[in-house]
Write a protein that binds this ligand. Structure first.
Ligand code: PDD
Length: 287
């Protein structure tokens, strides 16, 4: 059976799953999204993603298309129909379809809702985490509201393509003060030269990562020294460890930043432990 997507009330094969050419998501990226990691068929950090979805919709004044409970049952059905055990679920909500004109359409159209799901090979994902990954640094070129999870991702696309061409998996954006904001699709963390775990504080210039928030609970329970404080590229390059977090990357050790190896050039013990504990906690029937 091929893959099945949900589009505006219909469950359809991917080859037949379309939105209208005047959908504002397509025309203007007037649209928000969420990505859940799926473990054992269940949505990881389920509530945190729905909360952030509600916030993104509210910030853009896109009407809430349906209750979180209704959305959840659609996402779960798409996960089941695609036989996803470990993988990713994707939800996109756009302002809807209207003749092309920049201001909000009046009356407001019905928001468009799209849901897809796909499996992830966890063996390959674990192998990649065991090797560690490289990141590049790149100037921050995004807008001032990176706290809203919109599909306006062109700077992220360009940065991640540059990363790929450099043999890296992620690009860390660096603001005008020389501080790392976050990655193209993940939050950025280091364990600095003094052994303090650091990640950027939450403002409008980074996404409020749900994995980030969830991992902070683990960090607290382990009593790891932690500061929510930005770090420079130089601090990152002289860090003991570095890693990224996100629904796609989970907790992924970074072993090289640009041309500089981090620590011993292998995944650090803290990042490895945090990955294990995060995944353990996210799996259903976790103790
Ligand atoms: N990206 N920062 C950015 C810019 C992101 O796009 C993401 C997630 C994160 C991490 O957020 P979370 O922990 O809630 O997934 C941080 C998703 C996975 C994506 O675009 O595919």
């Amino acid at each position: 059976m091929g893959r099945i997507a949900y589009v505006n009330g219909r469950y359809a094969p991917h080859s037949e799953a379309f939105v209208h050419i005047e959908d504002r998501g397509f025309q203007f990226a007037d649209s928000v999204y969420e990505v859940w990691a799926v473990f054992g068929g269940s949505l990881a950090d389920e509530v945190g993603h729905f909360e952030r979805l509600a916030r993104s919709l509210g910030e853009l004044r896109i009407p809430v298309p349906m209750t979180a409970a209704a959305l959840k049952s659609i996402i779960q059905r798409v996960v089941r129909l695609n036989r996803v055990s470990d993988g990713l679920a994707y939800l996109q909500v756009t302002r809807g379809v209207a003749p092309r004109d920049h201001p909000f359409p009046n009356p407001a159209p019905r928001p468009s809702v799209v849901v897809t799901a796909k499996s992830v090979d966890m063996r390959a994902s674990e192998a990649r985490a065991a090797r560690g990954v490289a990141v590049i640094t790149t100037p921050e070129t995004r807008w001032a509201r990176c706290d809203i999870k919109t599909t306006g991702l062109l700077p992220n696309v360009l940065a991640k393509q540059a990363a790929r061409e450099a043999g890296a998996v992620e690009a860390w954006f660096v603001d005008e003060l020389g501080l790392v904001t976050e990655g193209g699709s993940s939050n950025a963390w280091i364990i600095d030269a003094d052994g303090v775990l650091r990640t950027r504080d939450i403002q409008s210039n980074i996404l409020r990562g749900v994995t980030r928030r969830s991992l902070l609970g683990v960090v607290q329970s382990l009593g790891i020294p932690f500061e929510e404080r930005g770090f420079s590229v130089e601090e990152a390059k002289s860090a003991k460890e570095a890693f990224i977090t996100g629904a796609g990357s989970l907790v992924l050790p970074v072993i090289r930043i640009d041309e500089t190896l981090i620590g011993a050039g292998t995944p650090g013990p803290v990042a490895k432990r945090l990955r294990e504990l995060y995944i353990e906690g996210a799996r259903p029937n976790a103790a």
